[in-house]
Design a protein around this ligand. Structure first.
Ligand SMILES: [Zn+2]
Length: 319
């Protein structure tokens, strides 16, 4: 597969700010600033970055330069370059641009699916089958990893509570269609730790332990890190997060930003869990984003409070 070896890490933090963050704000970040942001995070050791989404520029002008950004990010050694694709056409473009990994979101809430992707579940399954066939037609070393991502998996701002059975059924269907893995997204920041734990166990029981590798958490109600800790305990490897907590979802009213990358790295770093990320360097990346988006608020408890007295990043704390 066309991907990077991350076997030395305990967890893989995937920065999604350039996609999830930028898609939810009005301001358009200049292409050069995006490149500087991505480069600086990669230099800080961030192993994977979701650099954009292959949506029509008319719908999301903030991400119109995604192909150029993917091509640029591919020149950074050791960085796994991920992209979101809403459909087959987006997948074709992502593969052409050279993405290592592509994710296609399917909203467990069908109302959200129709509003966000303009498609019913059956239509999304059809797109996924076409993407699987396209990837299968490529030479083996050029095949991107393909994640079926279940969004609104814990609650939908339109439909309300989302049933676990529905999530499990869709996850099984995505694997049967040929996705390499599935991920669970708390698009609306509705999940709580007990619900997340049950959901991870139920999905893993059906798709297999290694095939549910990723969670995408939002911090809407302040439970982001509590949820991340539970996911860690349930053997989840990949954690999406956004620098400064930028993010949201234009089609899910009330959704707020992703969990903050700096806070997530601080938690793992203090716990002695290897992320490969240098926290000191990561903190400095905020300046690049702040300068490029002067009117956006950047969140983060650790950036606001600073380290505990005597804390040295990378060494654990009080263990
Ligand atoms: Zn999100």
């Amino acid at each position: 597969m066309n991907s990077i070896d991350h076997s030395g890490l305990d967890v893989l933090i995937s920065e999604v700010g350039p996609r999830d963050g930028l898609q939810s704000i009005q301001a358009i970040m200049p292409t050069e600033a995006k490149k500087a942001w991505i480069k600086a995070e990669a230099d800080a050791g961030v192993p994977e970055i979701e650099v954009g989404s292959f949506v029509p520029p008319k719908l999301m002008p903030q991400l119109a330069d995604t192909a150029e950004i993917v091509a640029y990010a591919r020149t950074i050694p050791g960085l796994q370059v991920a992209a979101l694709v809403p459909n087959f056409r987006g997948a074709e473009n992502a593969i052409k641009a050279g993405a290592h990994k592509i994710s296609l979101p399917l909203s467990v809430s069908e109302t959200h699916s129709q509003r966000n992707l303009n498609r019913t579940h059956e239509q999304v399954f059809g797109e996924i089958a076409k993407v699987v066939a396209l990837i299968g037609s490529l030479p083996e070393d050029q095949r991107p990893g393909f994640e079926g991502s279940l969004s609104t998996a814990f609650g939908c701002s339109i439909e309300g509570v989302v049933k676990q059975d529905k999530v499990v059924d869709i996850a099984a269907r995505l694997m049967a269609l040929g996705c390499d893995e599935v991920g669970l997204s708390d698009t609306t920041g509705s999940a709580n730790p007990a619900q997340l734990r049950n959901m991870i166990r139920a999905v893993k029981a059906v798709v297999g332990d290694g095939n549910l590798a990723a969670v995408h958490l939002h911090n809407t109600r302040g439970l982001g890190l509590a949820n991340a800790l539970v996911a860690l305990e349930e053997n989840i490897f990949t954690f999406d997060a956004s620098l400064g907590g930028l993010g949201g979802c234009p089609a899910a009213p009330g959704a707020s930003g992703n969990i903050v990358t700096e806070d997530l790295v601080f938690m793992f770093d203090a716990m002695g869990i290897k992320t490969g990320i240098e926290l000191d360097k990561l903190m400095q990346v905020r300046e690049i984003v702040r300068k490029a988006l002067p009117n956006e608020e950047l969140y983060g408890f650790t950036p606001d409070a600073g380290y505990p007295k005597g804390y040295a990043a990378g060494k654990g704390w009080g263990l």
